[in-house]
Design a protein around this ligand. Structure first.
Ligand code: GLC
Length: 376
């Protein structure tokens, strides 16, 4: 299925309506992803706001933040109506036991900018969620925030994590590794994940999202503490630019954290020293640039595979974030990213992710976050 030109908004509206659940959230896809995911819901809130449904936009943020614990930790999956699902895997019923990028900061701020009435308790929870990462999550010596698991980045099978897959990446084997990595997570008394000596990685993209979401919320609340924390992370990220590669690199024990991927350019959301070079990299057709948005992995990387999950295809939510970076910086690559996102969403029939040169859809189709194409 492809979506013809003028019908994109109509197709997105129909998909979102079909994916909406009475509990007050949108599933990414009814078959492949029948529960609530944290960063997906933040993107869904933006799509609902663009469609003019303020109520659902707010509900989506409220339900994803509802599982926040006393430290501010927000689990990345909520199993509404089915608390026993995967409870054995996570070691607890109802939710997962790790988080995802705190895009609720941006979603909250953007809703408010659009004139949506976001209740104070939702804003408060968003602030506490970002604070949890800033104050309770373990840091590296350089001061960057660690993730406890690859899934926390949202970029599940990125070649950035290949160092943790003995014998080289293979999808099924890496899934087992990801299961095992949960065992070494160190937790607060209430279960909030604080550190993982078995995966002590501070990804460039994740840190950029923590800092940017802190700034988005600081813009709403005037919180100077959040601003100062974002400035510290920005400075630490400046130190992780690799000029020879044209990318930011992860702070962590394995060289796979230097692979050139689209999400590693998310520090361009901040006023980082090298963001002009990052925008240039995004537009380079030999590397990431392309007619359907930025390839998830640079075409020159040995790991590049334009059809494989997180190894080369375009991801609409990453493209949207990079578009925000370029448009807020006034960089012309913003138009290319916007056109790519729309073209890919259409050609793929609103897929979860798509081929960077052909637009062929992969993964779940349709997937709610492809609806971001109507925002750019
Ligand atoms: C996949 C993605 C993750 C997303 C989830 C639901 O696991 O890698 O980022 O949140 O699907 O769409």
């Amino acid at each position: 299925m492809t979506v013809p030109g003028d019908d994109l908004r109509v197709a997105v509206g129909a998909m979102m309506a079909a994916h909406w659940r009475e509990g007050g959230y949108t599933v990414p896809n009814g078959q492949a992803y029948p529960w609530q995911w944290l960063w997906d819901s933040c993107f869904h809130a933006l799509v609902w706001a663009e469609l003019g449904d303020d109520e659902r936009a707010v509900a989506e943020l409220r339900t994803t933040l509802a599982v926040q614990d006393e430290l501010g930790f927000v689990a990345h999956m909520t199993y509404h109506d089915d608390p026993g699902a995967q409870a054995g895997f996570w070691g607890r019923p109802g939710t997962s036991s790790i988080t995802q990028p705190p895009v609720y900061g941006h979603a909250t701020a953007e809703l408010v900018r659009r004139g949506v009435a976001v209740p104070d308790d939702v804003v408060g929870r968003a602030v506490e969620g970002v604070r949890f990462l800033l104050e309770h999550r373990s840091r590296t010596r350089e001061g960057l925030v660690t993730v406890v698991h690859p899934w926390e980045t949202g970029c599940d099978d990125s070649p950035r994590w290949d160092g943790w897959c003995p014998g080289g990446y293979e999808r099924a084997r890496f899934r087992e590794v990801k299961g095992e990595l949960l065992a070494t997570v160190e937790r607060a008394e209430g279960g909030a994940p604080l550190a993982n000596p078995g995966f002590a990685v501070a990804p460039a993209g994740f840190n950029a999202l923590v800092a940017w979401n802190a700034l988005e919320l600081a813009g709403l609340t005037g919180d100077d503490g959040l601003r100062a924390s974002a400035a510290e992370l920005t400075e630490a990220l400046d130190g992780r630019w690799a000029a020879d590669l044209g990318t930011w690199t992860d702070d962590g024990p394995h060289p796979s954290g230097r692979v050139r991927t689209a999400d590693a350019l998310l520090p361009a959301l901040l006023i980082t020293r090298d963001r002009e070079a990052a925008f240039a990299a995004l537009g380079d057709p030999a590397g990431l640039g392309g007619p359907f948005g930025p390839a998830g992995t640079d075409r020159r990387e040995p790991a590049y595979d334009p059809t494989a999950y997180w190894r080369g295809p375009v991801w609409p939510q990453v493209t949207y974030l990079l578009w925000r970076a370029a448009s807020s910086a006034g960089h012309p690559v913003a138009d290319e990213l916007a056109e790519g996102l729309r073209a890919g969403a259409r050609a793929s029939g609103l897929a979860e992710y798509w081929h960077p040169d052909e637009g062929t859809g992969f993964g779940a189709v349709p997937q709610s976050w492809a609806g971001l194409a109507i925002l750019v």
